[in-house]
Design a protein around this ligand. Structure first.
Ligand SMILES: C[S@@+](CC[C@H](N)C(=O)[O-])C[C@H]1O[C@@H](n2cnc3c(N)ncnc32)[C@H](O)[C@@H]1O
Length: 250
């Protein structure tokens, strides 16, 4: 029997999950940024700032924005690494990156960004190519999470840093109940009004709930070689930052 993987509450074939995820993001690409801002009540700006604070990038560094979508992190990183640095934006959805290219041009950082259409679980980049890898709301969509984590470790330089931001479940019980109502009843309807389709938002609500706990992700990072792997809950746990470093003894 062929192996099935979780796709929200369903179990489906890996190839089918890849196809559905790509379809979702292609279909909402034009309105993704608006949906992100409205549906997170603008909180994602603060969460992204926290990622950048923790990452402490330096001018001249080479950074990968993986599962980059419309390249919010790529644009933020390119401002810090400056003209001597380089940012590679990588996503499976060309349409998401096209929306990001317009944003990079508006921010006047397009010359520092290289755009690569590719799969995070099988990247074409060399070993030890990047000082930092940032993944914004991406690891939850991996078909094989551990394979993606190994790939991230492989492309990081020794001393390089990994930072992922993900949606999660709030800590406080009543907030969690309210959030359940919001994510299954309100978000898909609002998402459809903004993007024209509700399906990606049902998937979003379910996928957050079947994703491993922050403690399990920390253990997975540690098991796959990351040093100082840990997490930080933001806004009562609506979002979680995961981080780790590659520190190999030479
Ligand atoms: C929720 S969006 C996040 C976009 C952006 N990182 C942000 O912070 O807003 C997730 C993105 O991951 C991309 N993605 C999903 N699975 C991927 C994979 N295996 N490899 C590369 N990109 C992937 C999707 O196409 C989509 O653009």
């Amino acid at each position: 029997m062929r192996e099935e993987v979780s796709y929200g509450y369903k179990k489906i074939l890996p190839s089918e999950k890849r196809r559905l995820i790509l379809g979702h993001f292609d279909s909402i690409a034009r309105n993704y940024d608006l949906a992100d801002t409205l549906l997170s009540f603008g909180m994602h700006f603060y969460w992204r700032r926290r990622v950048m604070q923790r990452l402490k990038l330096k001018p001249g560094q080479v950074v990968l924005d993986l599962c980059a979508g419309t390249a919010d992190f790529g644009v933020l990183a390119s401002r810090v690494v400056g003209p001597r640095g380089k940012v590679v934006v990588c996503d499976i959805s060309r349409l998401m990156m096209v929306a990001g290219q317009e944003k990079a041009a508006r921010a006047r950082v397009e010359k520092r960004i290289h755009w690569v259409q590719g799969d995070a679980e099988r990247m074409g980049f060399d070993n030890e190519a990047f000082d930092a890898v940032i993944v914004g709301y991406g690891i939850r969509n991996f078909v094989f999470l551990e394979q993606g984590v190994r790939e991230i470790y492989r492309v990081l330089k020794n001393g390089g840093k990994f930072m992922a931001m993900e949606f999660s479940i709030p800590k406080t019980a009543w907030v969690r109940d309210l959030y359940r109502l919001y994510s299954f009843k309100i978000m898909p309807v609002a998402g459809k009004l903004i993007t024209g389709t509700a399906e990606p938002f049902y998937y979003l609500a379910e996928s957050i709930r079947v994703f491993p706990t922050p403690e399990q992700i920390r253990a997975l990072l540690t098991a796959n070689g990351f040093t100082n792997a840990d997490f930080e809950r933001l806004t009562n746990g609506f979002a979680v930052l995961f981080y780790g470093e590659k520190r190999e003894k030479l």
